[in-house]
Design a protein around this ligand. Structure first.
Ligand code: PEP
Ligand code: MG
Length: 725
């Protein structure tokens, strides 16, 4: 039906009703002015089509459009949101399944099915309607008017976006948008020839700028595909430049013409469903923005109101640091994944961050009020007064809690039964070092040297690296610090480096593999670390070790460098991360070689479950509190203890209360985590009776019976015992 290009809504409702054996199927479409109109129905009165109208937010249909969430109700008429519209003749129908038609984070309409007999639609039926809604979204978006309708509404009503939480937390504030072309300051011009000349010059300057960018970062002839592709698309668009020139002839300034034609191009591309082409949309925007920046010199730089929530399609690390300096409070990205470097930096900076809020840039205006509840994966543009107040109260409560935790800063980390715990921080930026004193951490269990280099935009020379590492040791003031050598590749690329030509970069040529194949860079880093230690104790850890032989090779490089640097560290400890499962079957040899092991559960989880950590749709699919992961830790810990090798955990799980107590239950007493997690972990461990929990955990594991996750029974026990999880 869709292939015919019409909008056969009447056909569609008949088909769905038949497929689901439901008595009613209706489609409501969002019309200009915040209104949902009954556009087609099978089962309700035909003359209600075009007449029945509900405000977004009104009735169950309006509620579904406003929240963007499916409602499956066995007794719809007793739902608090139910409103009755006599002209539809819908009184006999008890059951209602209403599914929003969503596209780019916005509701374009609602599909509803109804039945007389009270029952809930089953999962298969819900899936059918959701699939229809998905297809319908494309039909509605393509039919003229749908986008315009949504845009009209956009200016006034709340808009909700869901996404993946990259960094938890709440923020309330005005929005500021990154990377958007601002309306040109000068719209009209009376000398078209002059404007055309300006345009030609700007094109040339822009082109040259891009060429320089490419040649500065890449060997000749290897322009990144994206940029080439963007060029090609713009060039192939039947005379994009001609259109700009026509607009100039019509009396527009060069910048106004680029702005308008760029906008049209963007709208057209927005309707393309092919994900590859849609991806290129951002590149086109980049091009248009570059051109505008060249033409509209002197345009006011974007200023950020204090405490703003930054909206961006995606962000590089330097850009994020820039915005952080301007005082933003949170970030909402249309793209981006939990372990991408924007996420790692945002976590380091303590900025609540949400990714995957598609379409948000298009419906937001600068200075719109917004709220981000990243813990719930929710972003609300122009929230209702009551919602805003509720969040305001929650933020105040959190501040109280923070103050309570701060008061515990100097308390020792020890479980209720007196087992000492060592709680350390994961750090990657020198500006995070202040967190050591703020949280009262025991030291730095993981210093991610590649983040410090990413923030500088390059791997700096030995002296500069040594200065960075020395600052870390100075700030630690005698507390232990574990430096991890460069862990680049996969999702952590230095700015400007070409994207890896690999099918599967997480399992590609990354991290220590690069270090061993190109030992000069690794040796320089090791030398910088030894110089920074300047006679103090030094702990170095290698990432992504897959074999004992790789560890030995890396250690040999460190020992060779150590022989040359004076003064030698007073103590040199050399350890490995355990991120690749293969090490589990080399433990007897490995334990003879290493001084310590740190479990990098972020990577370990992705390799154990074969689930890419950077894929948002897999986030949360596999649980660390699973029989498999607990078995792994349970096997490792006693063997390491018997060999006298310290084991710690430095993946994100160490900073979550339930996971941290479970690790303690498995005998892991050193945990290294993001600063945000430390107070709560300390609080929960302080309330934990470890021997009692150990026995319970053993029994939960024994009786798991093939469960994918043991979270519920563990959490149940914690709640029963009043632990603040
Ligand atoms: C890990 O993999 O768990 C880890 C701590 O390292 P990163 O997140 O930097 O890969
Ligand atoms: Mg890792």
């Amino acid at each position: 039906m869709m292939a015919h290009g019409e909008t056969p809504l009447a056909e569609l409702v008949r088909l769905v009703a038949g497929e689901l054996v439901s008595e009613v199927c209706s489609i409501y479409v969002v019309r200009p002015g915040d209104v949902l109109e009954l556009a087609a129905t099978e089962g309700l009165r035909a003359d209600a089509v075009g007449r029945t109208r509900l405000r977004v937010g009104e009735g169950i249909i309006g509620l579904v459009a406003a929240t963007g969430e499916t409602l499956n109700l066995a007794d719809a008429q007793n739902h608090p949101a139910w409103v009755y519209r006599a002209e539809t003749g819908e009184e006999p129908y008890a059951t209602l399944l209403a599914v929003p038609v969503r596209r780019a984070g916005r509701s374009l309409g609602v599909v509803a099915v109804q039945n007389r007999a009270p029952r809930k639609y089953d999962a298969d039926e819900v899936e059918v309607v959701e699939t229809v809604a998905m297809l319908l979204a494309e039909v509605l978006a393509a039919s003229s008017g749908a986008d315009a309708a949504v845009e009209d509404i956009g200016a006034t009503v709340p808009r909700r976006f869901t996404g993946t939480s990259l960094v938890g937390g709440i923020a309330l504030g005005p929005v500021v948008r990154h990377g958007l072309a601002h309306a040109p300051r000068r719209l009209l011009a009376d000398d078209p020839a002059h404007e055309q000349a300006r345009l030609a010059k700007a094109m040339e300057t822009m082109q040259r700028g891009i060429d320089t960018l490419i040649s500065a970062n890449l060997p000749a002839g290897e322009a990144p595909r994206e940029i080439l592709e963007a060029y090609r698309l713009v060039a192939a668009d039947a005379g994009w430049l001609k259109k700009v020139n026509d607009a100039i002839r019509g009396g527009l300034s060069a910048e106004a013409a680029v702005h308008r034609v760029g906008g049209e191009l963007r709208d057209r591309m927005r309707r393309v469903t092919d994900p590859y082409i849609r991806e290129r949309l951002a590149d086109i925007e980049d091009m248009v923005n570059r051109l505008l920046a060249t033409l509209d010199v002197g345009a006011a730089p974007v200023v950020s109101p204090p405490g703003a929530i930054l909206l961006a399609r995606r962000l590089g690390p330097a850009e994020l640091l820039d915005w952080h300096a301007r005082g933003i409070a949170a970030v909402v990205l249309e793209e981006g994944s939990p372990t991408g470097h924007a996420a790692i930096l945002a976590r380091a900076l303590g900025l609540p961050t949400l990714a995957g809020a598609r379409g948000v840039l298009e419906v937001a205006d600068d200075d719109d009020d917004a709220l981000l509840d990243s813990d719930e994966g929710l972003f609300v543009l122009r929230p209702e007064q009551e919602v805003r107040q509720a969040y305001q109260r929650e933020m105040e409560a959190r501040q109280d809690r923070q103050a309570r935790w701060a008061a515990k800063r100097d308390l020792p980390s020890v479980t209720a039964d007196g087992t000492p715990m060592t709680l350390m921080l994961n750090i990657g930026l020198t500006l995070e070092l202040a967190q050591l004193d703020i949280t009262g951490a025991a030291g730095i269990g993981l210093f991610r040297t590649e983040i410090a280099m990413m923030a500088r935009g390059a791997i700096v020379d030995v002296a500069e690296q040594a200065a960075v590492y020395a600052r870390v040791l100075d700030a630690a003031a005698g507390r232990p610090v574990v430096f991890r050598t460069l862990d680049l590749g996969g999702d952590k690329m230095l700015p400007g480096s070409p994207p890896a030509e690999e099918e599967n970069p997480a399992m590609g040529w990354r991290s220590l593999r690069i270090g061993l194949d190109r030992p000069a860079v690794l040796r320089r880093q090791l030398r910088a670390l030894l110089l920074a230690a300047a006679g103090r104790p030094l702990s170095v850890m290698f990432p992504m070790v897959a074999t004992v032989a790789e560890f030995r090779a890396a250690r040999a490089l460190l020992i060779a460098e150590a022989a040359r640097v004076r003064p030698a560290p007073s103590k040199l400890e050399i350890g490995t991360m355990l991120e690749i499962p293969a090490l589990m079957w080399q433990l007897p040899e490995l334990l003879r070689e290493v001084d310590f092991i740190s479990l990098g559960t972020n990577d370990l989880m992705q390799f154990v479950f074969a689930a890419d950590r950077g894929t948002p749709s897999l986030a949360g699919r596999y649980d660390f509190l699973s029989p498999a992961m607990l078995e792994l830790v349970g096997q490792l810990q006693p063997l390491a203890a018997a060999a006298g090798v310290a084991v710690s955990v430095c993946g994100e799980v160490a900073g979550r209360p339930l996971e941290a107590m479970t690790l303690a239950g498995l005998g892991i007493t050193t945990l290294s985590m993001p600063a945000g997690g430390l107070p709560q972990v300390k609080e929960v461990l302080g309330a934990l009776d470890l021997p009692a929990f150990r026995a319970v955990l053993a029994s939960i594991r024994r009786t798991a019976g093939g469960a994918a996750s043991l979270r519920e029974p563990i959490a149940g026990w914690a709640r029963e015992h009043g632990l603040p999880i």
